[in-house]
Ligand binder design. Sequence first.
Ligand SMILES: N[C@@H](CCC[C@H](N)C(=O)O)C(=O)O
Length: 270
Amino acid sequence: MEFAWFKGHGTENDFVLLPDHDGTLHGDLDPAFVAALCDRRRGLGADGVMRVVRCTALGHNSPAEWFMDYRNADGSTSQMCGNGIRVFARHLLEQGLVEGPEFPVDTRDGLKFLSVEDDLLSVDMGAWTTGAHTKVAANGQAWEALEVHTGNPHAVAFVDSLADAGTLVEAPRHDESVFPEGVNVEFVQRLADRHVAMRVHERGSGETRSCGTGACATAIATAKADGQAGPATYRVDVPGGTLHVTVSTDRTVLTGPAVIVAGGTMEWSA
Ligand SMILES: N[C@@H](CCC[C@H](N)C(=O)O)C(=O)O
């Protein structure tokens, strides 16, 4: 099978995009195929894969034309990817598949609204919720963490220094009764007022250089800890760059760069 691919990243959270506009090429993506594409030695290398497919091809009655079919590097699905959807939007704009500056994209977490301003892409991530305090553990240490849902599940732990979490080769342990479907874990260090640094271990992808939903979860947890009442914008530094998150009571808006860096066609035999 020959197919087209593109590669892009948002603050170095990187993705392979697979155009499958009418849903006839890739069907329900095989997890082994996704994992092989994401392999950094044997494949193109990425933290995840996004199939670019029309909502109508999936039988979805949606105000959006395009659906982001997101997969983690291990082939598992997630409801939402904040950096992924911004890279997806950049691809749609560059290929003339949408008209800017504002447009919707459908996801497993529902409709999201994108807006573009030069090299920055913003996504209105919609509603968020928080749960109870829970615990995460890694490398022989444990931390209290806040359960946050930004479409997908997160546990946010404040640390004195980002180095405290050590190497995150293995997934931090979490309470299975709180997160039965796994969790993305953020370690957060305060740097200044409304300015934090974050490391993340992503469910299904391992430690990545950035995570958009994780930056939103981090900003939500920080705003709660600050007792912030009205909307506030937080700067979240990640190993791959800087994101900004505006937290309001009913939504978050995530802003940062998103670029397409390569593309081509590929032969694939299973
Ligand atoms: N990198 C993403 C999050 C991707 C999904 C996550 N690993 C999960 O399984 O929920 C982002 O930028 O939000």
